[in-house]
Design a protein around this ligand. Sequence first.
Ligand code: FAD
Ligand code: NAD
Length: 474
Amino acid sequence: MHVPLVVLGGGPGGYAAAFLAADLGMPVTLVERDERLGGTCLLRGCIPSKALLHVGRVLAECRELEDWGVHLARPKIDLGALRSRKDKVIATLTGGLGTLARRRNVTVVRGTARFTNSTTLEVVSAESGGSTQTLTFDHCILASGSRPARIPAFDIGSPRVMDSTGALELADVPKSLLVVGGGYIGLEMGTVYAELGSKVSVVELTDGLLPGADRDLVKPLQQRLEKLFEKIMLRTKVVGLEDTGSAVAVRFEGPDGPSEKEFARVLVAVGRRPNSDGIGLENTGVKIDARGFVAVDGQQRTADPHILAIGDVCGEPMLAHRASHQGKVAVECLHGEAALFAPRAIPAVVFTDPEIAWAGLTEQEASASGRAVEVSRYPWAASGRAHALGRTDGLTKMLVDPESDTVLGVGIVGPGAGELIAEGVLAIEMGCSARDLAETIHPHPTLGETVAFSAENYFGLATEIYRPRAEATR
Ligand code: FAD
Ligand code: NAD
């Protein structure tokens, strides 16, 4: 069968691309090996983790009510019901994607695809006993995503050692859990298990949690996690795992030398790898970099004129909203539009408690590149809303170009930071000056005000922060 456009992969990159192509009147075929559309994000990533984090956050809020004189009985957790509720969220959304695909006349082919040359895919059907279908195409948008990185020494064949997919299945709430990797997944899933009752320890190779994130933002999170978690081990390496039959014995090497401890379960969350191998890319002109990412230009075109690539398979940050956005750019290019993937800011959110969110330039990037920036910090201790919520541990910070007053970067830590960052992303994309934000009337009392207040603070004129006149220079 010949098709003008095939999209390989039904995740947030692939389905966004296929749906836009259909909306623009392009006949499109979507190949997906999973029974359901949605990819990593919907089936075993963003959505199930956020459903569980929502429950964790409500449990924490119930505990915090003690400070307000409200005493609730200890919650009883019906794990089966919790699992079903989470699975229902996924089922509803993946069902919705199926309906949207049908209504748009997107042809969905269920099966595992492999390139045999630059214009041909062989698809081994998942449904009809492994039969093979050949699809020739004018263009293919590759959106095959990524998978958890594995450390061979940790592959001990033990059901007690799991990756993020296993952790999201929530088979049980182990008495103790070791999380290897203090990144996005480690801290989000560590939070879920800790809130559900596990004693969680985290081991991180580098000298800080979330190595890529702004240290000002990580600090309040780390302080809270030090109370929620049993232990956080930094600059520490796992050098051995052994299933003892009732637990996993883990050997560590850290700043204080070697140590050993048993855990009921281990979650390995040490990054993700692109799905660029095993799909026949060597039979095409596509180029792959040293880390396995497919090389693309600003229009998502690979070195092969018939193949474009989007999402996790073509680089970092491996985030769903980047994948979808790139999917739209790829389709617009094929549709003959002058589209380009050149965002000024791709927001990042870690959905822990507090949440951490940032967009645009970070302080670390500015100092590494020697770029002069002015940093304005607005501590939430100065926000009435934060006091009313009992959460003064937050911070909103802004990086501003001192020559033009243009907002270059925004970082937020605190409950709801993931929602609040959208204003910062828009400000950076629109080239707003700090004055634009300071002079925009924000509703009171809200945490959103802290974005405007940090802009006011850049001018030394934030109402709730006193700065001696000599310091208020602008
Ligand atoms: P994927 O979603 O990985 O989809 C690729 C699809 O291609 C899959 O469905 C796969 O089955 C299919 N496929 C692969 N190879 C073949 C083949 N040969 N034939 C047919 N089909 C194939 N990102 C966020 O932005 N926010 C979050 O909160 C967030 N939380 C996350 C939590 C977890 C636990 C994890 C693991 C990830 C999370 N992510 C989050 C990352 C996000 O899931 C990915 O960035 C996103 O899914 C990438 O989209 P994609 O379309 O590139 O690939
Ligand atoms: P990550 O890159 O965020 O974190 C991995 C961590 O493991 C790093 O801190 C790294 O230093 C550490 N590490 C690596 N090897 C180690 C070892 N041997 N021992 C101890 N620590 C080690 O990766 P992740 O948490 O697996 O998540 C993968 C990707 O998925 C993320 O980078 C992100 O792109 C995406 N994701 C996003 C979200 C979100 O947007 N909220 C949530 C989950 C995942």
